[in-house]
Design a protein around this ligand. Structure first.
Ligand SMILES: Cc1cc2nc3c(=O)[nH]c(=O)nc-3n(C[C@H](O)[C@H](O)[C@H](O)COP(=O)(O)O)c2cc1C
Length: 168
């Protein structure tokens, strides 16, 4: 495959086990930079980010989801938010957040990091905002758990492409 974009799309897997290796701050910024280069309606760029490396904050966040082990294993978490004051159309702004998050996952893949999109924690998004000292102007979209992958054997499947094409 000679497109690195396609390679990242197909090789990316949700990684939930990480090594102890630290992630350079510049790498985290590169992942966020990839996120902010996602398209958004009217180029309103409604996304905002909180970078979390502090163990105590991770522990508090880990109590807000079934996936506490992933939160604790990650070297860094990035909470991805929409800023309600920057939004103009909820469907389009949510779509933009998804594009941003997927760009970040693909960047993580390109940088040889492992990452997983954590959504289950959204059920406690008010508590997450309290922990991160944010008011409800900021709407949590996902927490990304990041680290160098402990292994690369993660597998995934997709249904046959014909199941998705409604009309050709
Ligand atoms: C909106 C959304 C929410 C998700 N929430 C979680 C989660 O809370 N915990 C988790 O382990 N994985 C979560 N995932 C990852 C999915 O389980 C994963 O993408 C799916 O099983 C396909 O596997 P793959 O990413 O390796 O291709 C989430 C993915 C998305 C897009």
């Amino acid at each position: 495959m000679n497109s690195s974009v396609l390679q990242a799309i197909y090789q990316r897997r949700s990684i939930r086990e990480f090594t102890e290796r630290e992630i350079e701050p510049e790498i985290i910024l590169e992942i966020i930079r990839a996120g902010i280069w996602a398209p958004s309606g009217l180029n309103n760029q409604p996304w905002r980010f909180v970078i979390i490396g502090d163990k105590d904050i991770k522990e508090q966040l880990s109590r807000q989801t079934h996936y506490s082990h992933i939160i604790m294993a990650a070297q860094v978490l990035i909470a991805v938010y929409l800023d309600k004051e920057a939004m103009y159309d909820s469907v389009k702004d949510y779509q933009s957040a998804g594009a941003c998050i997927q760009n970040m996952l693909l960047a993580a893949e390109a940088l040889e990091l492992g990452a997983v999109w954590l959504g289950q924690i959204l059920k406690n998004k008010a508590e997450v905002n309290t922990i991160l000292k944010l008011d409800d102007r900021f709407d949590l979209m996902a927490v990304l758990a990041l680290g160098y992958p402990r292994h690369k054997e993660q597998e995934s499947t997709r249904k046959d492409i014909n199941e998705f094409i409604l009309r050709d």
